[in-house]
Design a protein around this ligand. Structure first.
Ligand code: B1M
Length: 212
């Protein structure tokens, strides 16, 4: 049987064929799918997030690693569903109203999925009401708002205010995007800010109180 370290390294290096082969070997050896996700795949994406944060790798490498993880998850998901195992935390994500940029938001969503969050992606141009409705419907632990335009930062503020006003107990709000800063997050009352997709994973885990 392979080791989890081998699987972690295969994901981190974006080796899709090897990731799938190792996952199949674990399954053939009777390893529970949840252990494969938590001890093999998720740590691989954590390495990717950390390297991206340190500018040691860039968007293409991150996408390649995510594709490797996705292929392995395709094998595992039906088994996880059959066993009734669901990710423990749910996150809503979307780009602020008026804003159509989604590349950074998609990267954050992908990294959160890699960290085993159930991610509901509302897409772009998301109104405050839609964030609130989705957070309520899915009992979200986390709501992520992305903005790339200085002109859509006020819409981000509106969404944060609406989410706070909705009194959703246990829902944390995090924001990010090129023009957004920690100061702005403090100013509008968001619970957290991340400068990049790697940091967004650490932040999400902190926010929900998940073990590192
Ligand atoms: Co637009 N655009 N754009 N654009 N565009 C920018 C953002 C701009 C800086 C270009 C410039 O002028 N130099 C500028 C904004 C200026 C400003 O407001 N200060 C701009 C403008 C003005 C516009 C239009 C208004 C242009 C026009 O029509 N006159 C228009 C607006 C449309 C709209 O949204 N209503 C527009 C349109 C577009 C395209 C549609 C052509 C396209 C978007 C395609 C798409 O997203 N599907 C586009 C693009 C591609 C860009 C640039 C070139 C690249 C953005 C990008 O994807 N970066 C951008 C210039 C630039 O940034 N160099 C620009 C890569 C991505 C990985 O980074 O999104 O920053 P980023 O995400 C990072 C972090 O910010 C962070 O993590 C990500 C990964 O590390 N992050 C989060 C992001 N969201 C997060 C959420 C989190 C946490 C972290 O928690 C929830």
């Amino acid at each position: 049987m392979p080791s989890f370290t081998e699987l972690t390294q295969a994901v981190a290096a974006g080796k899709r064929t090897e990731t799938v082969r190792l996952t199949q070997e674990f399954l053939a050896a009777g390893t529970p799918p949840q252990n494969i996700v938590e001890q093999g795949l998720v740590p691989g994406m954590a390495i990717v997030g950390e390297k991206f944060r340190r500018n040691e790798i860039f968007v293409p490498e991150m996408l390649i690693a995510a594709r490797a993880m996705k292929e392995a998850l395709k094998l595992l998901e039906p088994l996880l569903v059959a066993a009734g195992i669901k990710p423990k935390y749910t996150a809503i994500i979307g780009t602020a109203q008026g804003d159509l940029h989604d590349i950074g938001k998609n990267l954050v969503a992908m990294m959160w999925r890699g960290a085993n969050f159930n991610v509901i992606d509302l897409g772009t141009n998301v109104s405050a009401d839609r964030y609130v409705a989705a957070a309520r419907e899915h009992q979200a632990h986390l709501v992520g708002i992305s903005a790339l335009l200085t002109t859509t930062m006020p819409a981000m503020k509106d969404a944060v205010l609406a989410l706070k006003a909705a009194g959703l107990a246990g829902t944390k709000i995090v924001i990010g995007g090129a023009p957004v800063t920690q100061d702005f997050a403090n100013e509008i009352g968001a619970d957290g800010f991340a400068a990049d997709a790697g940091s967004a994973v650490e932040l999400a885990r902190q926010m929900v109180g998940a073990a590192a």
